[in-house]
Ligand binder design. Structure first.
Ligand code: PMP
Length: 426
């Protein structure tokens, strides 16, 4: 690991913590992050030439795997015609149409450059539309580094143990109400108290930033019903779950239609992207139609649009998702069998092509408290054993895993063989 170590030393001098996003830093699991330089299908290679089966997939976007030849070809073809125009382009209309076709709640959509921008803008729009200020979110859910949503957030904020965040004035989070995830009663109670002041509920319909925790039956239904009763908007943050847990996202999978939806990751196929959309009457509040200001120099960028369109074609093709979900089930069942055989208490969750491994005997894992009570040291040992074996899992116990269309029998078998040896060392 000579080259990766040298690069990390240089990076630490130039970039805070040596990384441009905190969860990359191996803070939770210990050790130094690995620098990668090439990917192909389910595999990626580090700068020292070692190959890994990848279950991070750039934190979700690479649902077709690394460097898919057709997707790369379409990106190259588009890039050759110009990287950005700052004007409307045909490809953004095509991506908007594709999104509206597949995502049940979308009547209109606006494209942005990250998931953070999507949730930030959706909040502003919801507050303007309802004329109310309060926002309900859930503990352990993560919606990007939006000031108002960093309270009790998941993902890196959780791994690094920052409950709030220095630099976010109290006034900015004073209107944020953080409730326990999967707790319908807490939502009812909160609305009984604050209903008239709540602009929106924002939720990860499958939580993916406190590891992977699907909604319990009735939870999303209650959110929809309570929001309707109190004239609040329901916002699904599908930045992670969009085209990851089903070809119609989580809203199609669970049959609940939110008022607004935030997207990112898969819809850009690995290029920087975000989107938010939903009801036409709400979306038309945005400038230049309405007064809610929101903008982006590179939003709707043609190269990103090309990558997104090529990726969405792949995942929405007949039978593609079913195959991906079956592969994911094979992997997750395989992990569970091997942990059982080694006498390691392991609980597993799966939603579409997302999965979670929990070192606990308290199954099923449905609540944030259970996630936090898992054996983090066991996870860390497993993570490092798998890394040595050439399997790249997310370097933190609170992150979901992702399977791609490129993960074939051989990649899955290699992973499970590695897991058998790794569990023996946990
Ligand atoms: N929402 C969710 C559910 C996410 O998982 C993430 C990122 N992991 C974000 C928002 C923020 O997206 P980005 O990192 O693109 O700003």
């Amino acid at each position: 690991m000579q080259r990766t170590h040298e690069l990390f030393q240089q990076a630490r001098e130039l970039i805070p913590g040596g990384v441009n996003s905190p969860v990359r830093a191996f803070k939770g699991v210990g050790g130094e992050p690995i620098f990668f330089e090439r990917g192909e299908g389910p595999y990626m290679w580090d700068v020292d030439g070692k190959r890994y089966v990848d279950y991070v997939n750039s934190w979700g976007p690479l649902i077709a795997g690394h460097a898919d030849p057709e997707i790369v070809r379409r990106v190259q073809e588009t890039a050759a015609k110009g990287l950005s125009f700052g004007t409307p382009v045909e490809l953004e209309v095509e991506l908007a149409r594709t999104l509206c076709q597949h995502v049940p709640s979308l009547e209109m959509v606006r494209l942005v450059n990250s998931g953070t921008e999507a949730t930030m803008s959706a909040l502003r729009l919801a507050r303007a539309f309802t004329g109310r200020n309060k926002i309900v979110k859930f503990q352990g859910n993560y919606h990007g580094h939006v000031d108002a949503l960093l309270a009790q957030a998941g993902s890196g904020a959780l791994t690094l143990g920052v409950p709030g965040c220095p630099g976010v004035p109290e006034a900015v989070v004073a209107d944020t109400l953080a409730l326990p995830y999967n707790d319908a009663d807490a939502v009812e109670q909160c609305f009984a108290e604050h209903g008239g002041d709540i602009a929106a509920v924002i939720v990860e319909p499958v939580a993916g930033n406190m590891n992977c925790v699907p909604p319990v039956p009735g939870f999303l239904e209650t959110l929809r019903e309570v929001c309707d009763r109190h004239d609040a908007l329901l916002i699904f943050d599908e930045v992670m779950t969009g085209f990851r847990v089903g070809p119609q996202c989580a809203q199609g999978r669970y049959g609940i239609t939110p008022d607004l939806t935030c997207l990112g990751k898969v819809i850009g196929g690995g290029m920087p992207v975000g989107a938010f959309g939903g009801r036409r009457d709400v979306m038309e509040g945005l400038a230049p139609v309405g007064g809610v200001y929101q903008a982006g120099t590179l939003a709707g960028n043609p190269v990103t649009m090309a990558a997104g369109l090529a990726t969405l074609e792949r995942i929405t093709a007949e039978g593609a998702f079913e195959g991906l979900e079956a592969t994911t089930a094979e992997l997750v069942d395989g992990f569970k069998q091997r942990a059982d055989a080694a006498g390691i208490p392991l609980a597993v969750n799966q939603a579409g092509s997302m999965f979670g491994l929990f070192f606990t005997d308290d199954a099923p894992v449905t609540r944030f408290e259970q996630v936090k009570a898992c054996d983090l040291e066991a996870f860390n040992r497993f993570f490092h054993a798998m890394l040595e074996e050439g399997v790249y899992l997310a370097p933190a116990a609170f992150e979901a895993g992702f399977v791609s269309l490129a993960h074939d029998r051989q990649a899955i078998q290699e992973t499970l063989d590695a897991a058998e040896r790794a569990f023996a060392r946990v």
